[in-house]
Structure formats: C-alpha cells, structure tokens
Design a protein around this ligand. Structure first.
Ligand code: SAM
Length: 275
C-alpha cells in the first residue's frame, strides 16, 4: 500500500509526498510534531501539518537565513536564534570563525529532542561548546536582553500559535534594543506568491525601526510555492555594500559570494510589495 503525506499550503493548493515510514508523532505542549521518511526529500520534520525542514533541501533555508546577515556584518561574535529548534541555523552560524557564542531560544523542547534523534545532519552543532540552548519563549527572551547581540535571526514557524507574536512590530522594537549599535536582524517572511500582505506588513514595520530594510528571496521546493522570502533590518551595514571579496569560502551548497547581493535583486512583482 502506498502512503502519501499532504500539506495544504492554501485552501486550494498542497504539496504531496510519498512516505515510507513514520518515525515519531506526538502532541507537544505547543504543536503537533511528526518526523516522517519521504521518498523524494528524505526525513521531514512536520509541525502542525506544515513542513519545517527536510534532509534534501534544508541547506537552502539554513544557509540563506544565516550567511547573508553574518557576512554583511563585519565581525559577528554573538548571535541569537529565535525558534530554529532543528539546529540547522546554529550549524551554519558555527561555521563562522568570528562567532564566540550562538544562543538558541526555542519554545518547544520536543522539537530539539526529536531533531537530535532523527536529524543529526541538521542538529549536529547543538552540542558545540559555543552554543547555549534555552527552552523558552523568544519574545520574553528578547525583552530581557539589551544591547547584547551582533545578529538576531528569527527562524520561526508560520505566524500562528506561539509564533504569532514573532511577526509583531513590538517584537521588532525589542529586537532592535537587544542588538548592539551595529546589529542586524533577519526573519523568515514566507512566500511572495502566497503571503503578500504579511511581507508588506513586516517590511513596513522593519523599515519603521531600522535605518536599512531589505528583502531577499530564494528557491525552497518544500515550502509553499517553492519561493521564499527573508526580511533584514540593519542598524549600520547594508548588504548591498558588502565587499564580496571579503567573503571567505565556506562549506555551503547554495550561498556563495556571487549571490550575496544578487538575492536582493527582486522580480518586479516582489519589488512592488516593498515599494
Ligand atoms: N525552517 C522552518 C520554517 O520556515 O518552516 C522553521 C523551523 S524551526 C523548527 C521553527 C521553530 O520555531 C519551531 O520549532 C517552533 O517551536 C519555534 N517557535 C515558534 N514560536 C516560538 C516562540 N515564540 N519562541 C521560540 N520559538 C518559537
């Protein structure tokens, strides 16, 4: 018998993957969690019926949410990740020799636990000596820290449930206060095809707080529409002014110095969202 997993990305469209095994399912304090084997994308982490990450395409999201801000900053030493319990963003941060400390603040300890057990390729840096893992609400954590981080990355689920407040203007204000005077913030901001209003709103909010606001995009096959966006707020450094000759070679599969700036060149319909 064939078994297929479907995520309805909108009420009228979905992604369907043939599955061969279910490793884990549980209802945590915050969400429905599942870890399944898919034929096309390998092991897949699913939260509340939504694909979070897969072995085959995780590199795109994790590299792009990390290396664009870290290489835009001249010397990132202390980095905070809100969400990101699978550990992929932390794995990429740790590749930067300048980083002295990477803090993860994930609300759901079960995501960390299951990722450590079933996604070792992604979660492998969570035990690194430079990494501090906090289980708790990222909103509370950010409000309790001032002038401390060089980079803050919001690696969240969609803006529902515990992640709803991670897309609010008050949260971005608190992020700005938790950053040092030359700090950079990046958040995943959903699909330019399916979440236009959200992208517009986040960009407007970020622009009202940070002197530099930028939107960039990349292709991620398992995320809604296959085309994803990130919004950056920066106090001092503009990614478009990065001297790409200072970008060192790293063990990456998507990010490279040639795309550091080109990802900010937006298709017209996306540029229109942030005009
Ligand atoms: N790459 C993924 C995506 O875009 O679909 C996100 C991956 S990561 C698994 C998202 C994490 O954010 C989840 O594990 C979830 O528990 C966490 N999260 C949601 N709301 C949070 C909050 N308020 N504070 C900290 N973590 C939160």
């Amino acid at each position: 018998m064939e078994l297929w997993y479907t995520e309805f990305q909108t009420p009228a469209v979905g992604i369907t993957c043939k599955t061969s095994k279910t490793y884990h399912t549980e209802k945590t304090q915050y969400q429905d969690l599942a870890l399944i084997e898919t034929e096309q994308f390998g092991r897949m982490l699913v939260l509340d019926g939504t694909v979070q990450t897969t072995i085959e395409d995780e590199f795109v999201y994790h590299e792009m949410i990390t290396h664009v801000p870290l290489f835009t900053h001249k010397n990132p030493k202390k980095v905070l990740v809100i969400g990101g319990g699978d550990g992929g963003t932390i794995r990429e941060i740790i590749k930067h020799p300048s980083v002295e400390k990477a803090v993860l603040c994930e609300i759901d300890e079960k995501v960390i636990e299951v990722s450590k057990k079933y996604l070792p390729e992604i979660s492998c840096a969570l035990g690194n000596e430079k990494v501090e893992v906090n289980v708790g609400d990222g909103i509370k954590y950010v409000h309790e820290h001032k002038n401390e981080f060089d980079i803050i990355i919001v690696d969240s689920t969609d803006p529902v449930g515990p992640a709803e407040g991670l897309f609010a203007v008050d949260f971005y204000k608190a992020i700005s206060e938790a950053l040092k005077e030359d700090g950079i913030f990046v958040a995943q901001t959903e699909s330019p095809f399916f979440h236009k209003d959200l992208i517009k709103k986040v960009y407007k909010d970020v622009k009202s707080i940070f002197p530099i606001a930028r939107l960039y995009t990349c292709a991620i096959p398992t995320y809604p529409s296959g085309y994803w966006s990130f919004t950056m707020g920066s106090k001092k450094y503009d990614p478009l002014e990065t001297d790409i000759n200072t970008i060192t070679d790293m063990d990456t599969k998507y990010y490279c110095k040639e795309i550091h700036k080109s990802v900010f060149a937006l298709p017209k319909f996306v540029a229109d969202l942030v005009k």
